[in-house]
Design a protein around this ligand. Sequence first.
Ligand code: HEC
Ligand code: HEC
Ligand code: HEC
Length: 430
Amino acid sequence: MSGLRRLWVPVVLVVVALAVWWWRSHSAGPASVAMEEPAVVAKLKDPAIIAKGRYLATAGDCISCHTVQGGQPYAGGRAVPTPFGNIPAPNITPDPDTGLGRWNFDDFWRALHTGVGRNGELLYPAFSYTSFTKVTRDDALAIFAYLQSLPSTHQPAKPLDLSFPYSVRSGLAAWRALYFKPGSYQPDPSHSPVWNRGAYLVQGLGHCNECHAARDAWGGTVSKAQLTGGQIPELDWYATDLSMQANGGLRGWSKQDIVDLLQTGQSAKGAAFGPMADVVVSSTQHLRDEDLQAIAEYLQSLPPRPSPITESASFNSQSLTDHGKDIYAQRCANCHGKEGNGVPGVYPPLDGNASVMEPTGINATRAVLLGGFSPSTEGNPRPYSMPPYAQQLSDAEVAAVVTYIRQAWSNHAATVQERDVIKNRHTPID
Ligand code: HEC
Ligand code: HEC
Ligand code: HEC
């Protein structure tokens, strides 16, 4: 991969040079400081619109990137990690000098809908505008009204932490040409209004695809990879396939199971952990029941996709699973059950569990090494926890027990070997 990247650098440089030229000649230039139209001004002050915007900002989870741990909400500062470096999320409170205080609605619409900043600069897609572009203008206006109603916090932006050539913003023109098409959500008349609401939330504000899809070496989502699952770059967790597929997808999940997971962080089919736990805590647990039902209805309509199990034919996993079975009986069966059924509302089942069977094995490996809690939510304030096994089990033992749970009962997923565990033992917790 790094060899491939090196090869690409000269190409990138040429593209960057062309892009700078293109951008200089086409850029809209600094945003006008035009006054807001009176009709817009009235809407920005309307308490009902502000309340709606607050709800939509929660659905978009704007707070999680735009707030540094322990800092003022929406005042920015958190660096969003990408394979190319860290991109700090800016202050979006109404502070005139360091936030959105001088922005008018058209500036905001341009940023959310087309990923272009107030001075015509191209924004990095670490800001999920590739999804937010689907948000309607009315909803964007409500979000802007809410952000403008926040207490203003003076907090200057942190500098970009990217190496050349990724640090050249205009180089994004090439990326955008390949991976980004602005366009609001178009309702599909062949489906119900509930399904369309779910699709709108999932594809747009919920930006589920930003994690739940494979990315190529350029950080773009592979075409047609909608919600088919993918490893999140720099986070070392695998966001599972959200289609109804068996062995790694949501096969067997009822609508209520999906609603439960998004509302409480737990369901009869699995618990949320890693980055999904954060999504539940800061965003989905606050959504209205009818919106969660709509999301579930949309996800349930995603057709199952074939996922070939890539197992090297020469590798015989029998001794690994035999060893794993013993470890499971000693260490795990007390909580997760001999048959991997779990205990409803307490311990997640491992049989049929999407995160146990995702293609890489990284989620189960890290769950065993790190242990964990499902998130504490209003619907499930005191979740049960799982102890970490990093100290008790060797790499070979972790590989054995993880392979066992991936192949026991009705599960069919590829072997996890000792070398895979070694790789994941030292990855950061979040
Ligand atoms: C996954 C992290 C993430 C989420 C979620 C996110 N943002 Fe951002 N946002 C960023 C980053 C990073 C940037 C800076 C991009 C850059 O510097 O090119 C940014 C930039 C922006 C900007 C441009 C600000 C400026 O000063 O140029 C606006 C406006 C914005 N975000 C609004 C929002 C809103 C509204 C939401 C929720 C609907 C949201 N963001 C959700 C990470 C995020
Ligand atoms: C920041 C990245 C991220 C975002 C955004 C995200 N997810 Fe996830 N999601 C994950 C990861 C990682 C997992 C696997 C870990 C787990 O099972 O909790 C996951 C798992 C899930 C699961 C399966 C849980 C299980 O137990 O197997 C569902 C259902 C789900 N996500 C739905 C959604 C929906 C709907 C959205 C959009 C509203 C969304 N996710 C947005 C990262 C994300
Ligand atoms: C004390 C009870 C307990 C024991 C013992 C235990 N677990 Fe867990 N396990 C849990 C709980 C609670 C969760 C949910 C917490 C979370 O999501 O982080 C969980 C989550 C998991 C998950 C993630 C699945 C999901 O949907 O959340 C895997 C994989 C897992 N355990 C495997 C194992 C293995 C393998 C062992 C033995 C080496 C084991 N567990 C031992 C309680 C336990």
